[in-house]
Each structure stands twice: as structure tokens, then as C-alpha cells.
Design a protein around this ligand. Structure first.
Ligand code: PGA
Ligand code: ZN
Length: 423
């Protein structure tokens, strides 16, 4: 393996206009790789720490100059001139240098930018596309492309909180290619926009991930509107297009009570409500149906909807191998939402993925609500054989860079989409 000649990081802005970290890694051979890290808004408590400057007069405290300085100082001086046999070798060195359980010292934003920039540099050195190199790291060649789950409506922390739940996504279930999936999603999105304009007399305003956020009365109305939009597009809900939801319920949960669209529900009440939604609508995936630390009730949610819809853990799992082991033992979920920046290095995320597969779970590879134009997520979802990919809506360049990269990979490989769901 080639040695690292140098690293260079800088502060750039993400899709919300907030600072984030971009790093470039240069190998002695001259091969280079650059990567930018995303950032969440509805974050899980167990996520690795994103280092922010906390300087109130500058970007409201969200500056990343300390994280950038950590790459250009300490990290650079330790890794420059070193050759790592594997990605794991570099990532282990970064974790050791940080020395905390959650990257609190150097910052997960600093560490992840280096981890991915290095993978890109090595891919360039090997003269292979990033997805092939990432597949090589996991030692499993990809034979499918991930099925897109595409944000249609937003609520919760990504919009004005007009409804409690965060996302209603459409899942083109009958199509066999990315290209067809995007064309179908575009048709539904367009119809939904027309209906919202008429019904709510509103211009097409978009939430953080590009979803529409009209003033729905409640979640029920949001789901019905999604089903209607599919019908008006001339498609059959459940056959051509299904739905996925991100309840993101940690963010409306407080000491045992869920305040769903103003209504107070117990955990059991919440499970009953979700089971009813799954019964009444063509929902194939339910993310964070319960709060991140409601471990006792997650197995009951899985009993109630498992086999009909995926019981997908985001805040619950935080792409954290320890939490995934615990959830697998408790039968608390049956699918992992994989967000690399929740854990901070590619190798730890690969371990999270391996554990999910070992538990026979499905995996949705996910972007964050704050994204950049970088498209590595598409390569990662293909290279690691994700079942689904969650990027956001089919608007805004921060989202489209990933969809366009998927189209490019599809064009190059002609791989088929993962067949899903079984319903
Ligand atoms: P986040 O949202 O990136 O703001 O955490 C995405 C999600 O909850 O899935
Ligand atoms: Zn989520």
C-alpha cells in the first residue's frame, strides 16, 4: 500500500449554509482523494461528536475551524509518511489518536473526512471506481443496486414541525432500474406538488431534504395525500409505488409520552397507531417508530409490524456496533439505517453493516439532512450492497449529485435493483 504524503482540510458550507469539513488526502504516488462530510439535524444522542467551534459571533457557533485545524495539525503530522495496509489500519490509527469513545476530541467530522478522502485516494491509486474499492474493503462484490426511497413530504425537525413525523417517502417498488425509479418518483412528486398548490394554496416550498411541507392537519392527512398523489399519477399504491416513513419519534418523546400531532400517546398507543398506519396504507418501512432509548417497547413494535414493514433503527442504533448487537439480541429491529457520520470512520460503519447482515437485517444507506454536493454515498450504497438508499427528494443538487452518481454507476454496470419488498 502506498504511503500518505499529506492531508489538507478546509471549512466549506453544506446544503443548509452551515459549515462542514472537506479533506483531501494525497498519496506518495500522487493519487489524491477529496471528501466532504454531511451533518444531521434530527440527531441521535448516541452519535459520534461533530466538533463545532462554539464561537457565537460566527455561524452561530457552528464553525468547523477547530475540526479543520485538527486535520491540518495533529492528524496530518501523525499519518503523513505512513503506509497503511488497509482502510482498517488508517481508521484504527485515527480512533487511537482521538482516544475517546465518540471522537469527542478530534471531532467525527474531522476523522470521517480523512477516512473517506483516504479511501478515495486509494481507489484513485488502484485506478478503480470508488464503489469497487469500497466493495473490496468489505470483500463482497456488488451484484445489485440499492432501491431508492425518495422523500415526498417532510415534517418534524426538517420542516416547520407542522406534523410530528419527519418523512413520508415513496418507494418505487415495481421498477427494475434507478432510471425508472427516478422517472416514477418524479411523476408522483409533480402530482403531489400540483395537489398541494390547489389544496393549500401554496407555492412549492421545500424542507431540508427537498420534501414538500404543506400545513397538513396531521400525519394521517400526510399519508392520505401521498397515496392520492400516487393514484393521480396513474400508479397503483402498493404495487407500483409503496411508502416508507421516518417517524423520528425521539424528537416528540418525553419520559414515556409521545406527543403525536398534539395527541398524548403511551408507547403501546404509539405501537397501535403505527400498526394501524401499516394496515391502512402501503407502508413497507417504518424508521424510528419509537424513541432512541425506549428499548423495552421496540421488540413489541417489531412483533406488531415485522414481516409487513421493516422495523428500521436510526436514532436507536446510530450506526453503532454496540447498539446494533444489543438490538439484535433483543429482537428490537430488523433493519439498520446506516449513516457513516454517526460513527465516524468507514471501518466502524463497515462493522455495523456486517453485524446487521449477521442478524439477517436489511440495510438502508442514508444521507443526512445537511448534505454537500459530494456523491460518495452512492458509491458506498452500491459498494456495500445496501438494500435501500435514502437520499432525500429528487430536487436540490445536494440530493441530485447522489442520484446522478447512481445513474452513472447503473450505466456503467447494468446491475439490477435489489428486489424489495416482499409484500
Ligand atoms: P438527520 O435526519 O440527518 O437530520 O438526522 C435524517 C434522518 O432522521 O433519517
Ligand atoms: Zn431518521
Amino acid at each position: 500500500m502506498d504511503t500518505i504524503e499529506t492531508l489538507h482540510a478546509m471549512e466549506i458550507l453544506d446544503s443548509r449554509g452551515r459549515p462542514t469539513v472537506r479533506a483531501t488526502c494525497r498519496l506518495a504516488s500522487g493519487a489524491t482523494g477529496t471528501a466532504s462530510v454531511p451533518s444531521g439535524a434530527s440527531t441521535g444522542k448516541a452519535e459520534a461528536l461533530e466538533l463545532r467551534d462554539g464561537e457565537t459571533g460566527r455561524y452561530n457557533g457552528l464553525g468547523c475551524r477547530k475540526a479543520v485545524a485538527n486535520v491540518n495539525g495533529e492528524i496530518r503530522s501523525v499519518v503523513s509518511g505512513q503506509g497503511f495496509e488497509t482502510q482498517e489500519g488508517l481508521d484504527a490509527a485515527l480512533c487511537e489518536l482521538d482516544g475517546t469513545p465518540n471522537k469527542a476530541r478530534l471531532g467525527a467530522n474531522a476523522v470521517l473526512a480523512v477516512s473517506i478522502a483516504y479511501a478515495r485516494a486509494v481507489a484513485a491509486h488502484r485506478v478503480v471506481p470508488l464503489y469497487k474499492h469500497l466493495a473490496h474493503i468489505r470483500r463482497v462484490p456488488p451484484d445489485t443496486l440499492p432501491r431508492p426511497t425518495i422523500n415526498l413530504f417532510s415534517g418534524g425537525k426538517h420542516a416547520g414541525g407542522q406534523v410530528s413525523i419527519q418523512d413520508v417517502l415513496i418507494v418505487p417498488t415495481s421498477v427494475v432500474s434507478i432510471e425508472e425509479a427516478l422517472a416514477m418518483a418524479s411523476e408522483v412528486y409533480r402530482r403531489a406538488a400540483e395537489r398541494c398548490a390547489k389544496r393549500y394554496d401554496m407555492r412549492l416550498l421545500r424542507a431540508d431534504e427537498g420534501g414538500m411541507a404543506p400545513p397538513f392537519k396531521n400525519t394521517e392527512e400526510m399519508l392520505l395525500e401521498a397515496v392520492e398523489s400516487i393514484l393521480v399519477a396513474g400508479l397503483e399504491p402498493g404495487r407500483h409505488v409503496s411508502l416508507a416513513i421516518d417517524v423520528a419519534s425521539s424528537h416528540f418523546h418525553n419520559v414515556g409520552t409521545y406527543t403525536l400531532d398534539g395527541e398524548k400517546l403511551s408507547a403501546n398507543g404509539m405501537i397501535e397507531r403505527i400498526a394501524k398506519w401499516v394496515e391502512q396504507h402501503p407502508i413497507v418501512s417504518v424508521e424510528d417508530g419509537l424513541a432512541e432509548n425506549d428499548w423495552d417497547h421496540w421488540p413489541r413494535l417489531r412483533d406488531a409490524i415485522g414481516g409487513k414493514a421493516l422495523v428500521l433503527g436510526d436514532d436507536l442504533l446510530c450506526t453503532n456496533p454496540e447498539r446494533i448487537r444489543k438490538a439484535a439480541d433483543k429482537r428490537a429491529a430488523d433493519a439498520l439505517l446506516l449513516k457513516v457520520n454517526q460513527i465516524g470512520t468507514l471501518s466502524e460503519a463497515a462493522e455495523a453493516m456486517r453485524l446487521a447482515r449477521e442478524a439477517n437485517w436489511k440495510v438502508t444507506v442514508s444521507a443526512r439532512s445537511g448534505e454537500t454536493e459530494d456523491d460518495w454515498l452512492a458509491d458506498l450504497a452500491v459498494g456495500w450492497g445496501g438494500d435501500q438508499i435514502k437520499i432525500g427528494s429528487i430536487t436540490q443538487s445536494d440530493r441530485l449529485s447522489k442520484y446522478n452518481r447512481l445513474l452513472e454507476i447503473e450505466d456503467e454496470t447494468s446491475l439490477p435493483l435489489v428486489w424489495w419488498p416482499n409484500r
